[in-house]
Design a protein around this ligand. Structure first.
Ligand code: ATP
Length: 286
């Protein structure tokens, strides 16, 4: 096979907890991840040129080895003990950038899955995850996606029962968040509350969508600068007023999302949020 088209799904955090800073400078995390249908599309072609080329439809993203998709290809060849081969990666971005939705990590994971197929290497998802870990902490989760508990830096994964299918409305406000700055701040912030991770896992086991939605929480909301926190809260309030079963922020933000069991209510929320500013999407869980 010489070419493949692959989807790279976005993720949301149903919960996100930071347990503490580790001696190596990383933070120990505990989070429940969920894939959604919103996805980037990647065309991956073996070119025989000996060059690794990457391009995207967004002019501000790196079109070179700094792109996380290209980094994944380089790590792949490193792990295989090969010199880098000719490869063209074309990314059609749909996932908002710097949004807490793991867009870049998901592109990287999609490249690893595609190279595994194109080269007939037959690596297991766990082996692909180990390669992906060297690109970023969210890449191992993005290799398989679905509903999972992620611990450690995010690379220690436990599959969970799937979230009952539902509609998701998400809104990325017009500003972006600096992930390193927010991680630095979380150590000094007094957290108002912590997510009930065990409660969410129990609700997933019972396939209780309302029980999951009611317990969603992300500790990074407490670390946001005041104006940004208030904007995220405004979005969450609109989602709840429109009938969301629960609303939260994803990753280090600033995307806020709500879960709906009714398509009509989800469409109403999408309409209310469109026009207020930012990027608004209606999608479904995977
Ligand atoms: P996470 O949820 O994993 O923290 P994020 O959604 O906050 O990720 P991304 O959209 O993945 O953030 O992008 C983070 C940074 O990575 C940006 O500065 C962007 O320029 C860079 N980047 C490199 N490659 C890509 C890619 N393929 N897609 C998106 N961003 C990329």
């Amino acid at each position: 096979m010489a070419a493949m088209r692959v989807e790279a799904n976005a993720k949301l955090n149903l919960t996100l907890d930071v347990l503490g800073r580790r001696p190596d400078g990383y933070h120990d995390m505990r989070m429940i991840m969920q894939s959604v249908e919103l996805a980037d599309l990647l065309d991956i072609t073996r070119s025989g040129s000996g060059e690794l080329r990457v391009s995207t439809n967004l002019h501000f993203l790196p079109n070179n080895a700094k792109n996380l998709a290209a980094q994944a290809a380089l790590r792949w060849w490193e792990a295989q003990g090969n010199a880098s081969q000719g490869l063209d990666i074309t990314i059609d971005k749909h996932i908002p950038v710097c949004a807490g939705m793991a867009g870049g990590s998901s592109d990287a994971a999609a490249v690893l899955r595609a190279l595994n197929e194109l080269e007939g290497a037959g690596l297991s998802p766990a082996q692909l995850a180990r390669i992906g870990e060297r690109v970023g902490s969210d890449v191992p989760y993005c290799v398989t996606g679905g509903t999972a508990l992620a611990e450690g830096r995010g690379e220690v994964l436990t599959p969970l029962p799937p979230l009952p299918p539902c509609w998701v409305v998400l809104c990325k406000p017009e500003f972006s968040i600096s992930t390193p700055a927010l991680f630095a701040k979380i150590d000094s912030v007094k957290l108002r509350c912590r997510p009930d991770t065990q409660g969410v896992i129990a609700a997933l086991e019972e396939q209780d969508l309302v029980g999951v939605a009611r317990r969603m929480y992300n500790v990074f909301e407490d670390a946001l600068p005041e104006r940004q926190r208030s904007r995220v809260n405004d979005i969450k309030n609109v989602l709840i007023q429109c009938g969301a079963l629960g609303a939260s922020m994803s990753g280090t933000g600033p995307t806020a999302f709500g879960l709906f069991d009714s398509e009509a209510l989800a469409r109403e929320a999408q309409e209310r949020l469109t026009g207020v500013g930012g990027e608004v999407f209606l999608t479904r869980t995977v």
